[in-house]
Design a protein around this ligand. Structure first.
Ligand code: CTP
Length: 410
């Protein structure tokens, strides 16, 4: 997601460099917006090198891009760390005389503020009042930690550890996204297939794929939170992932493509939204040995494969009136065609309403906790992008489910 990191002029500004690093490593795009005084503590080259994006403090640079409005509008989350007593007062007053305060005024994204200052400043009635007002307006103000301050003194006012700030900020975003989707799917039935099918060669071996099912399971959780009645077909998803799901989700465990197909047919007949997130094996062995296969001397082994049915194609063929069908595509691209182009071709070929496209070139994504996806919609003229989402799989799933839900209820 697009995160704006505002840095204001306090000694703890150096800790914000670590925040940039943590967010970037989690796959987020980070735009650092320091104040003039923050740059006296840590210079622009540090922020630019860490974030990979240009840094400016005033509203008169790159005026043609209307950045003082654009940065706030495009943000999914605005985090200010450290926030000085002065910056809290300025935000409370609605001042907009630099890029950071203008961004705070224009954004509709959640705003998280991590104050850091001397204890006396933190307890000063002016600051206490500013924090009360900001919180009443929905700004999420993190309590400062207690401990060693700039000089020899110590007490409340210390900037919490970078990881703690990031965890708090991301949980605020997750909560806000869930809230925006909450109730959106009330009374709707959502069917999701997830994981990867396995085709047995013999009683101990199978042909399978590397899909963990994490993203499909997170989608099921997000649909459940949005008020839907959810059925999840779990193709070999680890039990620890299934155990972490909210109760109330109807889980059907399957192993093979044939088993998945039968659950999909049955469930899709009653669902308003069908999401095929499972990685389905396109082929299965023509024969499955009834006993463990033995090596045959030094000879190699040829396995004959037969094609599995395309479950999604069958669902599209039998689509119910008003039903939204969502396909998934994990593409690596080829030397001739980019992964994004392949996804666009796939939605046209598969004729599903939406396609969640995952770029898996270079081994990205499988089994990881972070992901980067684009949601495509099929229109009369081809594919159009509805949004790009990057970050923790749980967060991305909330945003993807929100996009699917809004498209389905339109
Ligand atoms: N899918 C399916 N049945 C199959 C294969 C795929 O239902 N036998 C579904 C997947 O769940 C996913 C979508 O189709 O939602 C795209 O899957 P993918 O493996 O990318 O599609 P393929 O048709 O196998 O495309 P290709 O091999 O041409 O990339």
């Amino acid at each position: 997601m697009n995160i704006v990191l505002g840095v204001t002029g306090g000694i703890a500004a150096y800790k914000a460099a670590h925040i940039v690093r943590i967010l970037k490593e989690a796959g987020h795009s980070v735009r650092v917006v320091p104040t003039e005084s923050a740059l006296r503590f840590v210079g622009a080259p540090t922020w630019e090198a860490l974030s990979g994006q240009a840094v400016q403090t005033d509203v008169f640079t790159r005026v043609e891009d209307v950045e003082h409005v654009l940065i706030g509008q495009e943000a999914d989350l605005v985090l200010i760390a450290p926030a000085t007593a002065d910056s809290l007062a300025r935000i409370r007053a609605g001042i907009a005389d630099d890029l950071l305060t203008a961004t705070v005024l224009t954004t509709t994204a959640p705003v998280v503020v991590a104050p850091a200052m001397h204890t006396e400043m933190w307890f000063n009635p002016a600051t206490v009042d500013n924090v009360i007002v900001l919180r009443s307006r929905g700004v999420h103000v993190l309590e400062p930690a207690s401990g060693r301050l700039t000089g020899a003194d110590s007490g409340p006012g210390r900037l919490p550890e970078p990881q703690e700030i990031v965890d708090f900020a991301l949980s605020v975003h997750r909560e806000a996204a869930a809230q925006s989707a909450s109730g959106l799917l009330a009374g709707r039935r959502v069917f999701i297939s997830a994981g990867g099918t396995r085709e047995p060669l013999d009683p101990v071996r199978f042909l399978g794929n590397r899909s963990s099912g994490k993203q499909g399971a997170a989608l099921a959780a997000a649909a459940h939170r949005a008020g839907a009645e959810v059925c999840l077909a779990s193709a070999n998803i680890d039990s620890s992932i299934l155990a972490s799901l909210p109760t109330g989700i109807d889980i059907r465990e399957v192993e093979t493509t044939a088993q998945l197909e039968s659950v999909c047919r049955e469930q899709a007949a009653q669902a308003d939204i069908v999401i095929m997130a499972a990685a389905v094996a396109d082929y299965r062995p023509a024969q499955t040995a009834g006993h463990k296969m033995k090596k045959d001397g030094d000879a190699g082994l040829t396995i004959e494969l037969v094609q599995n049915p395309d479950i999604l194609a069958g669902l599209v063929e039998n689509r119910r009136e008003g039903q939204t069908i969502v396909g998934f595509a994990a593409e690596t691209g080829s030397p001739e065609t980019s992964a994004a182009e392949m996804a666009r071709q796939k939605i046209v070929r598969k004729r599903c309403d939406l396609l969640v496209f995952n770029d898996v070139s270079g081994g990205k994504t499988f089994g990881h906790d972070t992901t980067s996806v684009e949601v495509l919609a099929l229109t009369d003229t081809g594919a159009v992008g509805l949004g790009d989402f990057t970050g923790d799989k749980a967060d991305v799933s909330v945003s993807v489910m929100d996009t699917i839900a809004k498209h389905a209820v339109e």
